[in-house]
Write a protein that binds this ligand. Sequence first.
Ligand code: ADP
Length: 210
Amino acid sequence: MKPCVPTLGLTGGIGSGKSTVAQRLVELGAHLVDTDAIARDLTRAGGAAMPALAAEFGAAAIGADGALDRAWMRRLAFEDRTAKARLEAILHPLIGAAALQLAAAHRGRPLVYDVPLLAESRGPWRARCDRILVVDCTVRTQVERVAARPGWTAEAARRVIAQQADRGARRAVADAVIHNDAISLAELASEVDRFMAWWLGRDGRPVVAP
Ligand code: ADP
């Protein structure tokens, strides 16, 4: 069933500028539901996913602080191809349910689901959203932006990018694309303003048809 308030799925690779776009959408009046934050909350000590994760993966999956041991999970996913799917089978339905609950608390405002891995798990999100916006840029720009973050290197950025959907796969799920390369932050904000006008039906053209 399609949502009754304008509902956007926002996605983009690491360093694409997705969070910056999300922030601008909030400034323009949208309500943001951050699925990464939901995932972190589900997997903190005492988080709603922890009993199921402990049952599935054993005590080794739980860190000394009681939260999911992400480094352990990443290592397991590397060794055991089924681990990622087993983790997602637990987390994704919980993330979806929590996202719907947070969305329901803010009825009336245009809704934005920030979903970093939307292209990787497109089915459920396509059904929850009436539009999908992809923030796109070259891998080179992604690496430059991520490597500039404290604690990151270009190599670490490339590793994360290689694990995410590629640009083509992301664009294939898009209703609109914002190209965030070689533009200033002010120009990016204007692109978001134009997108918002199209999304809410005040302008007939998408920013860029994919
Ligand atoms: P993501 O959420 O996709 O990982 P962010 O929105 O956090 O990416 O952007 C990554 C970094 O790049 C931030 O420091 C942001 O300010 C910067 N950035 C994004 N777009 C631009 C742009 N068009 N011009 C200059 N800096 C940008």
